[in-house]
Design a protein around this ligand. Sequence first.
Ligand code: 7PJ
Length: 288
Amino acid sequence: MELTARQHRWTYPRPAQVMGILNVTPDSFSDGGHYLDAGRAVERAQEMLSEGAEFIDIGGESTRPGAAPVDEAEELRRVIPVVRALAGRTRAVISVDTRKAGVARAALDAGASLINDVEASRSDPELWRAVASVGAGYVLMHMQGRPETMQAAPAYGDVVAEVGAFFRERLLRLQEAGVRAGQVLVDPGIGFGKSLDHNLRLMRGLGMLSSVGRPILLGVSRKSFIGRLFAVEPHQRLGASLACAVWAAGAAGASVFRVHDVAATVQALRMREVLESTPDHGETRVNP
Ligand code: 7PJ
């Protein structure tokens, strides 16, 4: 299985990859307000790259339940300087988390290679054409409803089957808009229009989504379903976040992990790979 995102190309299966989260927002639930200044944002990105992240996901609009919407001019003002500075300084894969075609287009112009579309459910042919026009990568994430109201009353028959059907249907629609399957990662959208029970069912059933035939990206880092299980604040959710990543890499073959805690996640994933492999000679080394 191949994934291409502009000049980047990967073949799967391969060692699990980490996408570091960079929120340039005043209100994200875990790190809102820390990286609004472009200089500090770039520093944080470089820190995550030095810790082993291969992707940096820059977001200028919080999508947590109930977050205030951001207009396009403000989102551009937050995101584009950071994309431009990072593209000039690193060879990292720059991903932009946006729901707006205009922001996607400007980000790709400024050097981004991947568009993380958490609202693939509403389908935006204009955003898809922006992705198609430069051969960018695309994260196809499942969400039930809209961020403003998605947690009000999420309902599914079989959540795993429904998410799988959504991926298959959207892959066809994307192809019609010029985005090839080889540009797409699929993401079950943990916490996006899902109850605690739905999230756990999706995690347990993640392996079934590999039949879609695309690499799976998973975002569980510090999420509220962990808070619900253990009654702990976001900064106290690292242990469960790592357990989810290690479990999903093994049991479900998930490929990319979108996380806040890059160093710890990279170490956990590399450790899993060391234990999983069967070297026939010599000493095992881990190269981050
Ligand atoms: C996700 C995301 C996720 C993708 C957020 C948070 C909430 N993008 N953006 N997948 N979550 N692709 O970071 O907890 O799970 S925002």
